[in-house]
Design a protein around this ligand. Structure first.
Ligand code: THU
Length: 132
């Protein structure tokens, strides 16, 4: 099982494949599941709003491979001069698959584990539709 630091290094390696010609802000993510790990990087588009975040790509990669439950998502931003956290939309994507831990590097470069409850409190999820 990879360490948190190794997962963050893998996310940084994934960010090397980012397609970010517009923002020049490269992000990588690694999704960790029982069935293995799945990398992703941000994929921008000339229609800016069509851009895919690294976390969305990694989650899509995992789900399209059959995953339905995600333990951890590690996120690395290569070009951020400060700590970088997942955007709101990616937090919601994580919510769907029960992500237990989100790994980022803190201001000292140390791995930091956050919960979805911290990042997305009082959220809407699959169980809210269960009564339908
Ligand atoms: N980005 C991500 O990949 N993940 C996030 O959580 C925040 C932002 C990307 C999208 C865009 O390509 C660039 O970073 C600047 O917003």
């Amino acid at each position: 099982m990879p360490t948190d630091a190794e997962l963050l290094d893998a996310a940084a390696a994934a960010a090397e494949n980012a397609y970010a010609p517009y923002s020049r802000f490269r992000v990588g993510a690694v999704v960790v599941t029982d069935g293995g790990t799945f990398p992703g990087a941000n994929v921008e588009n000339a229609v800016y709003g069509s851009t895919l975040c690294a976390e969305a790509v990694a989650i899509g990669h995992a789900v399209a491979s059959g995953v339905r439950s995600i333990d951890t998502v590690a996120v690395a931003c290569l070009d951020a001069g400060r700590v970088c956290h997942p955007c709101g939309n990616c937090r919601q994507l994580m919510r769907e698959f029960g992500v237990r831990r989100i790994l980022v590097r803190d201001e000292h470069g140390r791995p930091q584990a956050l919960t979805l409850e911290e990042l997305l409190p009082r959220s809407f999820g699959p169980e809210d539709l269960a009564a339908q």
